[in-house]
Design a protein around this ligand. Structure first.
Ligand SMILES: [Zn+2]
Ligand SMILES: [Zn+2]
Length: 211
């Protein structure tokens, strides 16, 4: 098997597993891979020149990716990376003239690579087995469906139809939740399924993804 074939199998199984979890499968893979990426960078590539340069240019991870640094096991790695940044910022701190950061957070950029790879992979699937398990999942969140539409010229019919149907049904369920929440509709509200009683959570997740 060539390495690109191996890669394709890896993608298939990663998606199959992610489809068994609640929420957008691409969000779930991105989250898992990004955590692994940050871990890997902190534990093995702290002295990697390329990573260090990118990290310094970006002035570290963005707020979203940097917020867990305090809880990392390896304080030394966090200190080494942070020393670099603070050191390069001292002149700006002293002059109180701060330059805009030019580079993208390295974890955000790793995230974009994973997203592009998986969305491209999904858009090429025509296998019955794949369509079957993917269609049973929560499908893509709106930001990932939008990204798919923006980056992919030829999206297979099954993918378009399943997303349009899923979003339309979500809209119906949300409308019914709103109606049943009105005063005097308690009996109708009680009759909603457990899932429909908390459909607003599903809506929030679908609109935003897990980012
Ligand atoms: Zn998503
Ligand atoms: Zn980031």
């Amino acid at each position: 098997m060539s390495s690109s074939e191996v890669e394709r199998h890896v993608n298939w199984f990663a998606l199959e597993k992610a489809c068994g979890r609640a929420g957008c499968p691409v969000c779930s893979i991105v989250e898992e891979r990004t955590t692994r990426y940050i871990d890997n960078m902190l534990f093995e590539h702290v002295s990697d020149r390329g990573f260090r340069a990118q990290y310094r240019l970006a002035q570290g991870f963005c707020t979203r990716h940097g917020k867990n640094l305090e809880s990392f096991r390896d304080g030394l790695a966090v200190a080494i990376l942070g020393e670099d940044i603070l050191q390069s910022l001292m002149a700006e701190i002293q002059s109180r003239k701060f330059k805009k950061t030019k580079a993208l957070c390295p974890a955000c950029s790793a995230e974009q690579t994973v997203e592009r790879e998986f969305l491209g992979y999904i858009a090429e699937r025509t296998e019955h087995e794949f369509i079957e398990f993917f269609s049973r999942s929560s499908l893509l969140c709106v930001p990932h469906y939008r990204a798919l539409c923006v980056t992919t010229k030829k999206i297979p019919r099954w993918l378009i139809e399943s997303h349009e149907a899923r979003y339309a049904s979500l809209l119906q369920r949300v409308r019914s939740f709103i109606e049943c929440s009105a005063w005097g509709r308690q009996t109708d509200f009680d009759a909603l399924s457990d899932e429909d009683k908390i459909v607003w959570k599903e809506l929030a997740r679908t609109l935003r993804g897990s980012r």
